[in-house]
Design a protein around this ligand. Sequence first.
Ligand SMILES: [Zn+2]
Length: 402
Amino acid sequence: MRRSKKSAHLCFKANPMHPNYSEILEQYPTFKNSELKNRTFLPSQIERAIKKLKPPFKVNLIGQSVENRNIYSITWGTGPLKIFAWSQMHGDEATGTMALFDLFGFLSIESDASNWLKNNLELHFIPMVNPDGAHYFTRRNAQQIDINRDFLQCLSPEAKILKEYFNKIKPAFGFNLHDQDTLWGIRESKLPATLSFLAPAYNKQLEKGLSRFTAMQVIADIHQKLASLLPGQIGLFDDEYEPRAFGDNFQAGGCATILIEAGGFPNDDEKQEIRKLYFYALLSGIFSICTKNYLNFNEADYLSIPLNTKPLFHLLIKDATMPMVKASIGLNYQEIIDPISRQISKLYSVEDIGDLSPWAAYREVQGKQLSVIGNIKFGNLANFDVLEEGQLLFGFRDGIIY
Ligand SMILES: [Zn+2]
């Protein structure tokens, strides 16, 4: 513990306005929050992590969820420029919360970079807006309401808390932290959209007034910093206006709002690699704002980020002989959480059968004389075995792989 703290202390000594990002990433294991190990952590674990934060972090209890779980705000820094980041409005979207706690670890290290940020920024965070959703690992809150469609009416206490906090601090910049469906990807690369961005629209005409334009510039700067780490895996989300969503309304209120969405990454179901890149995106966004480096970017840089599409299956079995046809089978899974063990199981369904050559997958199965035996029914849970030259490769029972 002591050793890692010391080595971390020695870092980030170069010009704080131009941080050495590769050095920061090398040091990442020394400041990441290693108590958050997977996406299914409980609100009580977040509460414990919040209580461990030391000054100059300030923690405030700002309200309670429907089921009386605590919601906290955290502030850091004494500078004039206010930035607000909030995560887990959707309870099963935990990557942004992990990245925030990694950021808190980075900010806790005494360094030229953190001192400079501290003197120039006032950072505000709500690291788990929807603790009931996190407890049940569901998108919605305990009233079954999607908090990110509740800005106008504030039917949920969580939406009210978020809105009131925003109105109280009036930040200049906002980071709205989410996870997206892992099936989003990039058509050109046929790779998952591991991180996606959006400068949300603030009206139906999708105008690009000052706050939105500024958000686009910050995203373009983050994209430039991230591109070499995630080639072909960064996407731009659809910019349809949603009048009930928080990002769209904060943007309309003059806060340059940046939406970040964590998608999928091969062999990273628990998003432990993605959270590091998410932290990196957040940190580079904060530096971009603090240095005003975003002013060097324009709308064309933002629009050069490829649009998210869905070119992926979770599993693609290629050219397999079935009872009636030789074709490919595309399967996707739904995640089901066990409320006691908090283990996630995957329930596979048959999404498509036929010529699936335009698609890629997280896992592709091909081989000599592939055959499939069992109940292969479009739209149903997978219930079949996959064989290569007559030998069993794997099979499904009621959607579960074995
Ligand atoms: Zn979300």
